[in-house]
Write a protein that binds this ligand. Structure first.
Ligand code: HEC
Ligand code: HEC
Ligand code: HEC
Ligand code: HEC
Ligand code: HEC
Length: 160
C-alpha cells in the first residue's frame, strides 16, 4: 500500500469514529439558534438549580413558540404532526449518563448553588446543534474537583 492510500484510510477511520460519537436525535434540535435568540439554559433545563436532574422540556413547551414560529420548516412540521398532535413526547436519546452497575447518584442542584457553571461539566453548549458529549465524567474528574473545592469525598455521597 502506498503512503497516500494509507493516509486516506486513516482519515476515513477517524471520520467514522467521529460520526459514531455524534448522537442521532429524532428532531434536528439546535442549541445554537435558541441561545442566539436569548434563551438561557435554565429556561429549558428548568430543574437544574432545584433538583437532581436538569430535565429536558416537554414538546408542549416547544410548541408554545412553534405553534407560530418557523411552522414551514420540515423539522417543526415533524414535531407538530408526529409528536405534539399525537400527544407523544419526543424520544430524545440521552448523551450523558453512567453505567447502571456503577450505582452513581448525581445531583445538579448543589453544583448550581455552589456556582459551578454548566460549561465546566458540559463544555460550550452555545455553539452546538444537538447535544454532544464534550466532557467526559468519571470518578477521577468528580473527585479532583471535590478535593479542590472541599466538597464531600465520602463514597456514599456519589454511590447508592
Ligand atoms: C421562546 C420560543 C422558542 C421555544 C420555547 C423553542 N423554540 Fe425552537 N426556535 C425558536 C426560534 C425563534 C427559532 C429560529 C427560527 C428561524 O430561524 O426561523 C427556532 C428554531 C428551531 C429549530 C430549527 C428550525 C429550522 O429548521 O430552521 C428547531 C428544530 C427547533 N427550533 C426546535 C425546538 C424544540 C425541540 C424546542 C423545545 C425543546 C423549541 N424549539 C423551543 C423559538 C423557540
Ligand atoms: C458538576 C458537573 C455538572 C454541572 C455543573 C452541570 N451538569 Fe448537567 N449533567 C452532569 C452529569 C454527570 C450528568 C449525567 C447525570 C446522570 O445521568 O445521572 C448531567 C446530565 C444533564 C442533562 C441530562 C438530563 C438530566 O435531567 O439530567 C442535562 C439536560 C444537563 N445535565 C444540563 C445541565 C445544565 C443546563 C447545567 C447548568 C445549569 C448543568 N447541566 C450543570 C454534570 C453536570
Ligand atoms: C429551547 C430549549 C433549550 C435550551 C435553551 C437549552 N437546551 Fe439543552 N437540550 C434541549 C433539548 C431539547 C435537548 C435534547 C436534545 C439534545 O440532546 O440535543 C437538550 C440536551 C442537552 C444536554 C444533553 C443531555 C443528555 O445527557 O442527553 C445538555 C448537557 C444540555 N442540553 C445543556 C444545555 C446548556 C448548558 C444550555 C445553555 C447553554 C442548554 N442546554 C440550553 C433544549 C434546550
Ligand atoms: C468543578 C467541580 C465539581 C465537579 C466536576 C463535580 N462536583 Fe460534585 N460538588 C461540587 C461542589 C462545589 C459541591 C457542593 C458542596 C457543598 O454544597 O458543600 C458538590 C456537591 C456534590 C454532591 C452533593 C453532596 C451533598 O453533600 O449533598 C454530589 C452528590 C456530587 N457533588 C456528586 C458529583 C459527581 C458524581 C460528580 C462527577 C460526575 C461531581 N460531583 C463532579 C463540585 C464539583
Ligand atoms: C465525587 C463522586 C464520587 C465519590 C466521592 C466516589 N465515587 Fe466511585 N464513582 C464515581 C463515578 C461518577 C463513577 C462512574 C465512573 C464511570 O462511569 O466511568 C464511579 C465508579 C466507581 C466504581 C466502578 C463501578 C463500576 O461498576 O464501574 C467503583 C468500584 C467505585 N466508584 C467505588 C468508590 C468508592 C469505594 C468510593 C469511596 C472511597 C467512591 N467510589 C467514591 C463517583 C464517585
Amino acid at each position: 500500500m502506498t503512503t497516500q492510500v494509507l493516509r486516506i484510510c486513516v482519515l476515513v477511520a477517524l471520520l467514522a469514529g467521529w460520526m459514531a460519537a455524534a448522537v442521532d436525535q429524532p428532531i434536528a434540535y439546535t442549541h445554537k439558534k435558541h441561545i442566539a435568540i436569548g434563551m438561557q439554559c435554565l429556561d429549558c433545563h428548568s430543574m437544574a438549580d432545584i433538583g437532581p436532574a436538569a430535565t429536558i422540556p416537554s414538546v408542549a413547551k416547544c410548541m408554545l413558540c412553534h405553534a407560530k414560529i418557523a411552522t414551514d420548516k420540515p423539522e417543526i412540521k415533524k414535531m407538530a404532526t408526529e409528536y405534539a398532535a399525537k400527544g407523544r413526547e419526543i424520544p430524545w436519546v440521552r448523551v450523558y449518563g453512567f453505567e447502571p452497575h456503577a450505582f452513581v447518584k448525581f445531583n445538579h442542584a448543589p453544583h448550581i448553588r455552589a456556582k459551578v457553571d454548566c460549561a465546566t461539566c458540559h463544555g460550550d453548549m452555545t455553539q452546538v446543534d444537538t447535544a454532544q458529549k464534550l466532557v467526559n465524567h468519571n470518578m477521577g474528574t468528580c473527585l479532583a474537583c471535590h478535593r479542590q473545592k472541599g466538597a464531600s469525598q465520602d463514597c456514599a455521597t456519589c454511590h447508592y
